[in-house]
Design a protein around this ligand. Structure first.
Ligand code: ADP
Ligand code: MG
Length: 326
């Protein structure tokens, strides 16, 4: 069945807001939102285009989950608490089966992360999803890429390389893995878990943070550039999942260093907060591993280098995907 624009909005995207901060939601010209005193608004937008960011025949559940989780991951990297989001939806047709499944998946994640859908735009055209997420942080406390200091230790949440291992399995059906590994990796890929809890905890303890979308080394390079520091990573300390080890040759650490799509957080911690962060890890309040350190930059161009027990090793950093790059 094909529905008109307003039927689409009213049927699939209009529902009562959960936060009392939402004064006006879907249905007027703008949303009206209250920001609590002494807080700042943290905003991020992502656009996903069919055939470019996801296969044209990807399921609506997978599109919704991946789009929303990766967008929320940016809020996690700033240490923000999700509050509201808006949805720009361009559809080739208003297919009610597609819309039912897309909106259900999207709104389930909205519930899980307590993020109210407060508006959007619905148009006809090639399938494109734009999400804008809004979060809150205590004023002046957002975690940034530019606050790393020489002497900080570098940590990463969770395990690295699962995104790359998942892609390997998805693209090469000849790779045989058992069902549990396949399910774990598929979940990691289509529904990466935004590290909101860790980000919020780290607001008072980390200096710099970023979420890993392009790959650990590329994203560390962003911190190094923004903070004008060098970063040293000890590759023997990189946390790997058993699924990664099952799919990727265990000796091949490269995918965990340069493969993207992990959506874990890399963060740096000064000496002052080092013992608190280690206590959180020990108490299992925070799932993170120390993997390196921040050093004074020895040249005008900040460097990320990798070491193992033999000394410095050379790993080619794959540039993150850049649109319009020739
Ligand atoms: P306007 O013409 O004033 O820009 P629209 O007709 O585009 O408003 O949208 C009507 C209402 O529905 C607005 O509140 C808008 O935020 C909301 N809306 C439109 N599309 C979506 C969507 N895909 N998801 C959520 N809200 C939407
Ligand atoms: Mg209007």
């Amino acid at each position: 069945m094909s529905l008109g624009e307003f039927d689409v909005i009213n049927t699939y995207f209009k529902r009562p807001a959960k936060h009392t901060s939402v004064i006006q939601s879907v249905g007027d010209d703008c949303a009206v939102l209250s920001i609590p005193e002494n807080h700042q608004l943290v905003v991020s937008m992502d656009t996903l285009v069919a055939g470019r960011h996801f296969p044209k025949d990807a399921s609506p559940e997978h599109i919704a989950q991946r789009a929303f989780c990766t967008c929320l991951s940016d809020l996690a990297a700033m240490g923000a608490a999700p509050q509201w989001f808006t949805l720009g939806l361009t559809l080739p047709e208003s297919d009610s089966i597609w819309l039912q499944s897309f909106s259900e998946s999207l709104l389930n994640i909205a519930d899980e992360y307590q993020c109210d859908l407060v508006g959007g735009d619905t148009t006809q055209g090639p399938l494109t999803i734009t999400l804008q997420v809004h979060g809150l942080v205590k004023a002046g406390c957002a975690l940034t890429r530019s606050a790393a200091q020489a002497g900080d230790k570098v940590f990463v949440t969770g395990c690295l390389g699962d995104g790359a291992a998942a892609l390997e399995v998805l693209l090469n059906p000849s790779i045989k893995v058992d069902v549990a590994v396949q399910e774990y990796l598929s979940q990691r890929f289509y529904c990466p878990e935004p590290q909101i809890k860790s980000g919020r905890l780290l607001v008072d303890y980390a200096n710099a943070a970023i979420d890993i979308s392009d790959g650990l080394l590329s994203d560390c390079q962003h911190i190094a550039n923004a903070s004008a520091v060098d970063i040293k990573i000890d590759v023997s300390k990189i946390p790997l999942s058993s699924a990664y080890r099952a799919v990727v040759n265990e000796a091949a650490i490269d995918k965990a260093l340069v493969g993207g799509d992990d959506y874990q957080l890399v963060f740096t911690v000064s000496e002052q907060h080092y013992s608190s962060v280690n206590r959180f890890i020990k108490d299992k309040v925070l799932d993170a591993t120390e993997i390196g350190q921040v050093l004074n930059s020895r040249s005008a161009k900040p460097v990320v280098h990798c070491v193992d027990s033999q000394g410095v090793i050379d790993i080619k950093i794959k540039q993150g995907y850049q649109h319009f790059a020739s």
